[in-house]
Design a protein around this ligand. Structure first.
Ligand code: CA
Length: 347
């Protein structure tokens, strides 16, 4: 009876929160994801004027965020919470982004209708395969000295013919923390020790051709309890490669795993909340089209408050020889902020 009552409350809560009933899952946890019923619009918790609460593990917002105040994102860069915005309309990739690169591929502004979400231009990342070495393209923005809570929203589309395989492949956006004098470092294969690095990349995971390309969406994460030197993959359902869902503690809410369709735009948003040093109250989450799709609490990223999320990026990378043709992604309408952004409000 108690669970039935909670379920009914949950349906009502999801209606007001704008979430999808398919997200409901209470079978695997004693945590009641529907109480308290409140919409949290930032990491400040219920008190918008209060201090940022690291790892705030109450329900996260869904649907519109601060973007609701800026039709078509016009003026959004002036919002007090917004740190950076680029709709790629000014065709100045190297001036807006601090570091761009293209090895065995292309990284540039395009104006083709197929790759533009808004306006007349967007950012294209394309890796050429096969190739005589790793293919790597991307663009990074530094947000120094950093922010304990960081959200990164953007629109992205995979080309219809992109055949991705993993591992040795990364595809989409990331948030990373680096020492300021090491802001350019990739540090692949380096353990996160609490004072040197941590990161999340919103990858997909496709082990073989029995799984549809680009594969199921997952966070590729470097954190203090990662299972091996190459980091972990976190899936919304609670699967961890390597490891298990116990990593996320008793408040973890499993959700349906998600495979994006190629050839269509989605609005993605990443969030990272750095933990209080000495406590496992860090959190990472992502949204698809304004629906909370993956939420991973109980994380420990750092043992010093000095190491803050301070770098965002788009990237495509592979050295996987299963990928035998070019892979293309388009990105548009990027916004980074210290509170939830949400999809564009379009008129
Ligand atoms: Ca645009």
């Amino acid at each position: 009876m108690i669970r039935t009552g909670m379920f009914v409350i949950g349906i009502v809560a999801m209606f007001f929160l704008g979430g999808a009933p398919s997200q409901i899952s209470i079978a695997d946890s004693e945590y009641d994801p529907f109480q308290p019923v409140q919409i949290i619009t930032s990491a400040h918790g219920p008190d918008q004027n209060g201090p940022v609460i690291p790892g705030y593990a109450e329900p996260l917002p869904e649907g519109p965020g601060l973007s609701v105040n800026y039709i078509n994102d016009i003026g959004i860069v002036d919002d007090p919470s917004v740190l950076f915005a680029d709709d790629f309309e000014q065709s100045m990739l190297d001036e807006h982004w601090d570091h761009t690169w293209a090895n065995r591929g292309e990284s540039r502004i395009i104006h083709d209708k197929i790759g533009v979400h808004s306006g007349g231009s967007a950012y294209m990342a394309r890796i050429h395969r096969p190739a005589d070495g790793p293919s790597s393209v991307g663009a990074r923005k530094f947000l120094l000295p950093g922010h304990d809570t960081l959200f990164f929203r953007y629109y992205a589309k995979y080309s219809s013919n992109s055949e991705l395989y993993h591992g040795g492949t990364h595809n989409a956006a990331s948030i990373a923390a680096r020492r300021p004098d090491e802001i350019y470092e990739s540090y692949a294969g380096v353990y996160a020790k609490g004072d040197n690095l941590y990161s999340i990349i919103l990858d997909t995971w496709r082990p073989d051709s029995t799984v549809a390309s680009p594969g199921e969406m997952a966070f590729y994460c470097y954190h203090m309890h990662q299972g091996h030197q190459w980091g972990d993959h976190f899936f919304p359902s609670g699967r961890v490669l390597p490891g298990g869902r116990e990593l996320f503690g008793p408040k973890f809410v499993p959700r349906d795993d998600f495979t994006p369709e190629r050839g269509r735009w989605y609005c993605y948003e990443l969030m990272i909340i750095a933990n209080t040093p000495g406590e496992r109250n860090g959190r990472a989450a992502f949204w698809v089209d304004g629906i909370l799709t993956g939420d991973f609490p109980n994380l420990e990223f750092r043992n010093t408050a000095e190491l803050k999320p301070n770098r965002i990026a788009f990237q495509l990378y592979t050295h996987n020889e299963q990928i035998t043709g070019d892979v293309t992604m388009w990105f548009d309408d990027a916004v980074a902020a210290t509170s939830y952004i949400g999809p564009r409000t379009e008129r």
